[in-house]
Design a protein around this ligand. Sequence first.
Ligand code: COA
Length: 232
Amino acid sequence: MSELDSVCRLQAEIWGSAEVAVPATLLKVMSGAGGIVLLAEADSGPVGFAYGFTGRSPSGQVYHRSHAAGVLTSARGAGVGRALKYAQRIEALGRGLSRMVWTFDPAQTGNAHFNLNLLGATARSFRRDYYGIRSDALNRGRLSDRLVVDWFLDDSELAALHHHQPGARRSVPVPDRLRDSSAPGEMKDAYRELRVGLEAAFADGMAAVAYDRENGAYSFATLPPGTPGSVE
Ligand SMILES: CC(C)(COP(=O)(O)OP(=O)(O)OC[C@H]1O[C@@H](n2cnc3c(N)ncnc32)[C@H](O)[C@@H]1OP(=O)(O)O)[C@@H](O)C(=O)NCCC(=O)NCCS
């Protein structure tokens, strides 16, 4: 329980609000019922966490639904985030699950780079206002639009995705104002602008496969035939 308490404390600290942290009692139940709860510790103490539970799509596909992962600001950029995601992957595979799903804010381009470029996940769908209005430090003043990410955990599926040379490609730019502005009104307008580009690409059957940091844009592609569809 003390390790689970550490996960709750880390979540509150990273998101700047106790409101977003799930209770340790729920993490306890989750971890005993097929969920995965991970804590990363350095010599200085706990620095990061990841947790999720087993999801089931309406058509019966079973997958690991990751809910949150975070690393203290002071410990970022040293590979802890990747180590947590890879540990989560190994745990999920050990439970017979070959797919992991989570969401992220499309305006958080650092997360886009982490999820799409470093981990090799793909974003298959988009949800407007997923969580309504949020007031924690990471979400205040923003819309809660979310990209839904699919991460194929089986090596052969990952390789098939990466070696595929897609025919159709499209670039969806993230408005500069979303990265630079702190004015909530301007930021919300920029979210709405990004929405239009993302929704159009998904409506054309494409998926976001990378984030182009040089040009500040999502790279969309048509996925190989037979690639499983989004579960959420
Ligand atoms: C995303 C996060 C878990 C990555 O943790 P980490 O320990 O820094 O991850 P790693 O060291 O393995 O990878 C670092 C990469 O993540 C990128 N990154 C993503 N978000 C970042 C952030 N908020 N701050 C710094 N780097 C971030 C870095 O650019 C870096 O890539 P680069 O070395 O190619 O430039 C961490 O930044 C974090 O806790 N962010 C706030 C909470 C959050 O957004 N959670 C994820 C929701 S999907």
